[in-house]
Ligand binder design. Structure first.
Ligand code: HEC
Length: 126
């Protein structure tokens, strides 16, 4: 039998480990995390009359339009980043010629992770 001090130490340690595992990545907000990234990297071409919108029908000026996607359908599948072309295009999981933003510097790893977590967390308008 372990002495009481060992038992309580183990209990404390497992509580810390459990808390760490269940917390997962920090909650991502559409308004304060994702919208600013889209405004910075996408909307110059994906606004009404922009080159990206003309070519694909994809408008990034609002949450509703983002969720509508392109003329071919949605680019965000809530809960599933790898099925979301919005994520795959910015994460470089596509041919470099169609990577987004077109002809510009890619998003940073931290920014790409935010988009991934936002989608995993349900792609909410939060
Ligand atoms: C410099 C202009 C430009 C910027 C900036 C830009 N795009 Fe595009 N985007 C385009 C053009 C042009 C197309 C038309 C299709 C093509 O040429 O690949 C397009 C097409 C798309 C498509 C449709 C692809 C398909 O297969 O139908 C998506 C989704 C997309 N862009 C997402 C984004 C996202 C997300 C961002 C910001 C991270 C972004 N774009 C930034 C120009 C741009």
């Amino acid at each position: 039998m372990p002495r009481p001090t060992t038992t309580s130490l183990l209990a404390t340690l497992s509580a810390i480990l459990l808390a760490g595992c269940s917390a997962g990545p920090a909650p991502v907000s559409f308004k304060s995390d994702i919208k600013p990234l889209i405004d910075k990297y996408c909307t110059e071409c994906h606004l009404q009359g922009g080159a990206g919108t003309e070519a694909s029908g994809f408008l990034t000026d609002s949450y509703d339009n983002l969720m509508k996607g392109t003329q071919f359908g949605p680019v965000v599948v809530a809960g599933d980043p790898l099925s979301s072309s919005f994520y795959r295009l910015v994460a470089g999981k596509v041919d470099p010629s169609i990577r987004m933003p077109h002809g510009k510097e890619a998003l940073s790893d931290v920014e790409i992770a935010k988009i991934e977590h936002w989608i995993t967390q349900g792609a909410k308008n939060n």
